[in-house]
Design a protein around this ligand. Structure first.
Ligand code: FAD
Length: 293
């Protein structure tokens, strides 16, 4: 199908884009990589009066570290994240997660800002960003604000971004020394959205006990979900198969993933439990390798 008719704007600068959003934001959609928006238009699931294409705004495409924190411009393509030696070295959880996103063609167009703003609970990059305690910067003509992840993700395909706001940057804090990570997922075919998944980041102290843990679930809830109870179980514990299994059970306890023809809710919950357990074991072993040098 073809998209419904719309007015097309392609601003050259961030200021121009913000002015357009201030004037037309209520009836407009931002176009970044188009990998989610264009199918929505073609299926007529979205019919905005205006499209504001931000692809000409080069100032939104960057990836660098400042003050030890990773800064990623909203228009940075998934493939740039995937190919970054800096990210692979200092934020390897992100490198691992992005390889699960679709296929190279989609990763060449899709943007970090787009996948965050789209807020699909099965999207890998937001789940990894939540495990990394990322923050998000939004701009409008009214000013700039920084949004913590619990505030940003409000529901499936829903964020707290206002109609006149543009997501401009993702900021990721440094990962402590002695940390290990793992991203696990299961999908029926390579490149499909996962039926479930988990992003885990663990830090071990000098005695091999867990001093910090972050577990973020994919597909378990309407938004990426941090498994607080499981994290609390791990902190202070020596991580072995038993501790990982207990934490994995705690991680999915009380969750009701939505079921569909690819898998019932109960199946997905049990799948995510297995994936969390595996991710904890892998992350702990990588943390130990990092400590041993
Ligand atoms: P767009 O499609 O351009 O926009 C998506 C939404 O975000 C729109 O509502 C748009 O208005 C809004 N938006 C975009 N940028 C901003 C911004 N800076 N500020 C405010 N709002 C903004 N994704 C996965 O995570 N995992 C998968 O396995 C996966 N498989 C896919 C398979 C196929 C065949 C396709 C076509 C896509 C798949 N995707 C998958 C989606 C892909 O990752 C998209 O890139 C991503 O969801 C959206 O990024 P985008 O830059 O294309 O955004």
């Amino acid at each position: 199908m073809k998209p419904p008719p719309f007015e097309y704007h392609d601003p050259d600068t961030l200021d121009e884009a913000l002015a357009l959003l201030a004037e037309f934001g209520e009836d407009a959609k931002v176009l970044a990589g188009g990998q989610s928006l264009v199918p929505l238009l073609n299926f007529r699931l979205a019919s905005p009066e205006r499209i504001i294409d931000i692809n000409r705004i080069g100032e939104l495409s960057y990836l660098h570290a400042r003050d030890g924190r990773l800064r990623v411009g909203a228009l940075t393509r998934h493939s740039m994240l995937e190919g970054s030696a800096l990210v692979a070295r200092d934020w390897p959880l992100l490198s691992e997660a992005v390889r699960w996103v679709a296929h190279p063609q989609v990763r060449n167009r899709g943007t970090v800002g787009g996948t965050v703003a789209h807020a699909d609970p099965s999207a890998e990059i937001p789940v990894a960003l939540v495990a990394l305690d990322a923050r998000f910067r939004a701009r409008s003509l009214r000013g700039e604000r920084t949004i913590e992840w619990p505030d940003l993700f409000q529901g499936p395909m829903t964020t707290c971004l206002e109609p006149d706001e543009l997501l401009v940057e993702v900021e990721v804090p440094p990962v402590p020394a002695g940390s290990g990570h793992a991203f696990t997922e299961y999908s029926r075919r390579h490149g499909d959205y996962g039926l479930g998944g988990a992003a885990v980041r663990l830090t071990l102290d000098g005695d091999g006990r867990c001093s910090d843990a972050a577990i973020s679930l994919l597909g378990a809830a309407p938004t990426p979900l941090r498994a607080d109870a499981a994290e609390r179980l791990l902190v202070g514990a020596a991580i072995d198969e038993r501790a990982a299994a207990q934490a994995a059970e705690a991680a999915t306890e009380g969750t009701t993933p939505s079921g569909d023809l690819h898998g019932s809710s109960a199946y997905r919950r049990s799948l995510i439990t297995v994936l969390v357990r595996r991710a904890i074991v892998t992350a702990a072993s990588r943390a130990q390798e990092n400590i041993d040098g």
